[in-house]
Design a protein around this ligand. Structure first.
Ligand SMILES: [Zn+2]
Length: 712
């Protein structure tokens, strides 16, 4: 018996056992009437006589005896002739006996597995089980010696019980997940010995297998369990548990990091299968709820999200828009930090704490500005625990980080204001732009004659040396460290000690910031600045990419396009991102783009001026090319270019020779070519480009990066 056969045989065997037990357990099996009517069954099919079942049985199937049986008559001759097959005969706890003339079962051909019952011979002349064919065989359960064929009576062992328990939230099946149901809380009988019995656990909808305990010991949870060598009764306990889903809605505001601007309650929830869940959204000042998207479906600006009959982890996106300008204000160091060596009562940490409170107060007089601070009090415990980098990174999601300081040096002479800007190329324009305005303002208010300075400093990896700037830069926010001159200078240290001076500074600094970002004190949000840098170029055969720099205070950007530089221009995209890929364009045609920033206000959008116009011409992108040198030839391979209808190969001698076209391949699906007849030891440079024919005109794609080879 091969392994497959073994498994198959066992499955069929158990099917019979299980069905029988199930019928008895369910009470639908009326023993007397049923047994009189049918002699045997195969699966759910019943047969009047065993002989009929023997005729019907196929390889691997199980005949189950439904009542005691006497063979040797015309209807039950007791002759088995099933060439080339092996099947099971489950005696179902019943008895087969022969009549007085014959034996019980005569096996002419095939193999029969016998189980679970008794065979009684009533004829002393003929063996109870007679085997004729060479490969015919009666097979008894593993672990039991095959009795001699002349015995007059055999009790054929049944096997062992496996008692399945479960909590009712799923079912146990034999042989396959759709195989016969194994009753639970009832010890079902299975053939003993080294025959694998495979059981499958099928959870009810909304459940999964949660625990598996075999003979009192936990085993790894699985959807199946196999008994390999059944030599004693067993107990298998299957625990099903309800499936749950962890659901965490997220709020997004344009490009800003997630989960600012709205308090979501609960923050997250574990929802059982089929359960309901409600989330509440409380929109924070300075934000506007624009939409809620649940699993890709827009629900509008709802503040209560109700999920019912949850059957999967819902993906909830809360879309917000900023309606204000957000500043993270940092008072620099903490109380009694940086004592002035020239003015005994001056501490940088004390003066800047007072100043930052005034600055916050003044900034908040602009209804379009929202200010938060990096720490709640000026104690050294909080101040020293919170490093400069952390304070800068607290600006995550804000529009600006401003850190207030007074400077120090070994000499008392320096007396000038310094604005320390970020080096981050994406943020430096705004940082520097604002710093220039602020140092000028502070210098004027403080009445300092030494010229203010703008300063940057890099650490070895090129990032900002100053922690506040590095932290802010890492969260994508422009920052300025503002040094209110030097507290090592008597004049400035004394000036900064006066409360009225600090108040005047705060008014001027707030005004400078508001003006720079275009926020008016009457609550009117002014237009954002025009993006300072803007570019457009063909990025594929039918695409153009448009990129621009951030405009501080912008809610988003509008991209306009025309087919002539003078227009007319039409709006092709509104986005909060800093780039846009325009698709479905015509290859080789020139398009003209311009961009403007806008701010959303309660009274409609405020727009910046348009950028200058930039043309873009969609052409096939450049392929990736590899050239391999071999003896007297160069083999080129390149990557497919979208939209290319063919490829052109160029070559130059050495790296500076005149470039010549050496091959045109007019096929979109050929990505290699071998240049033969080359001189050994010579160097060549190759480039490849795709092309596309549009209205009879060949549009050349971008040339690949040159690849140099030396011929072998
Ligand atoms: Zn400082």
């Amino acid at each position: 018996m091969n392994r497959n056969k073994s498994a198959k045989t066992t499955r069929r065997l158990a099917l019979c056992i299980v069905l029988t037990l199930a019928l008895i357990v369910n009470g639908s099996f009326v023993t007397g009437a049923y047994a009189e009517q049918y002699a045997a069954s195969i699966g759910t099919q019943n047969y009047q006589t065993l002989d009929q079942a023997l005729n019907a049985v196929k390889d691997g199937e199980t005949i189950c005896l439904l009542g005691d049986l006497v063979t040797g008559s015309q209807t039950e001759p007791g002759i088995i002739n099933k060439p080339g097959i092996e099947f099971n005969l489950d005696l179902g706890g019943k008895t087969i006996s022969g009549n007085s003339q014959t034996g019980v079962l005569q096996l002419k051909s095939g193999k029969v597995n016998l189980y679970n019952g008794q065979i009684i011979n009533t004829n002393s002349g003929t063996p109870a089980l007679a085997v004729f064919g060479e490969s015919s065989k009666f097979i008894f359960p593993t672990g039991y010696a095959t009795p001699g064929t002349d015995a007059s009576q055999w009790n054929i062992p049944a096997g062992y019980h496996i008692n399945f328990n479960n909590d009712g939230n799923g079912t146990v099946h034999y042989g396959s997940p759709t195989g016969p149901l194994v009753p639970t809380e009832t010890g079902s009988l299975f053939a003993g010995g080294n025959i694998p019995h495979h059981f499958y656990f099928v959870p009810n909808t909304g459940y999964l297998v949660g625990s598996l305990v075999v003979n009192g010991a936990s085993v790894p949870v699985d959807n199946q369990y196999t008994v390999l060598n059944l030599t004693k009764d067993q107990t298998v306990r299957v625990g099903f548990k309800i499936i749950t889903f962890a659901i965490t809605p997220h709020a997004f505001t344009g490009d800003a990091p997630a989960d600012q601007g709205a308090v979501i309650s609960p923050r997250s929830a574990i929802v059982p299968y089929g359960g309901n869940q409600t989330f509440g959204i409380s929109v924070q000042p300075g934000y506007k709820l624009t939409n809620v998207v649940v699993d890709g479906v827009s629900k509008g600006p709802i503040t209560t999200i109700t999920l019912t009959d949850v059957t999967k982890a819902a993906n909830i996106t809360i879309q917000l828009e900023k309606t204000a300008f957000f500043i993270m204000l940092d008072a620099g160091h903490y109380e009694y930090y940086n004592h002035s060596p020239v003015v005994a009562t001056y501490y940088e940490g004390n003066a800047m704490w007072i100043l930052h409170k005034y600055v916050k107060q003044e900034l908040e007089k602009y209804p379009g500005i929202i200010v938060d601070t990096t720490r709640p009090d000026n104690s050294g415990a909080i101040g020293s625990a919170l490093g400069p980098y952390e304070r800068g990174a607290m600006g995550k999601g804000y529009d600006l980080v401003l850190s207030l300081h007074s400077n120090a040096c070994s000499s008392g002479a320096p007396n000038y204001v310094v604005g320390i800007c970020t080096l981050n190329p994406k943020l430096t324009t705004v940082s520097k732009g604002l710093a220039l305005k602020l140092v000028s303002t502070v210098s004027n208010v403080m009445g300092i004659s030494q010229l203010p300075r703008i300063y940057t400093k890099a650490q070895s990896d090129g990032r900002d040396w100053y922690g506040v700037n590095r932290g802010a830069s890492d969260v994508g926010v422009p920052s300025v460290i503002l040094e209110h001159s030097f507290h090592t200078n008597i004049q400035s240290a004394l000036w900064l000690l006066k409360d009225a001076n600090l108040q005047a500074l705060a008014v001027a600094e707030a005004k400078t910031i508001a003006t720079y970002y275009g926020v008016s004190k009457s609550g009117i949000v002014l237009a954002p600045k025009t993006p300072t840098s803007f570019d457009a170029y063909g990025s594929a055969y039918n695409q153009a990419k448009v990129v621009w720099t951030m405009s501080s205070g912008a809610s988003g950007y509008q991209v306009y396009r025309a087919t002539a530089s003078g227009g007319p221009y039409t709006k092709v995209k509104t986005t909060s991102l800093l780039s846009f890929t325009n698709t479905d364009l015509t290859c080789g045609k020139v398009y003209y783009y311009k961009v403007r920033a806008y701010r959303t206000t309660d009274t409609g959008n405020k727009y910046s001026n348009f950028t200058a116009v930039n043309p873009a011409r969609p052409i096939p992108a450049k392929p990736g090319v590899n050239v391999y040198a071999s003896i007297g030839k160069a083999q080129l391979k390149w990557t497919a270019v979208k939209g290319a209808q063919g490829y052109i190969v160029y070559r130059r001698a050495g790296t500076t020779g005149t470039q010549i076209r050496v091959k045109t391949i007019a096929a979109s699906d050929v990505f290699q070519w071998t240049n033969k007849g080359l001189t050994t030891g010579k160097t060549y440079t190759y480039q490849v480009r795709g092309y596309r024919v549009v209205s009879g005109k060949t549009i050349l794609g971008k040339l690949s990066t040159p690849d140099i080879v030396k011929i072998k």
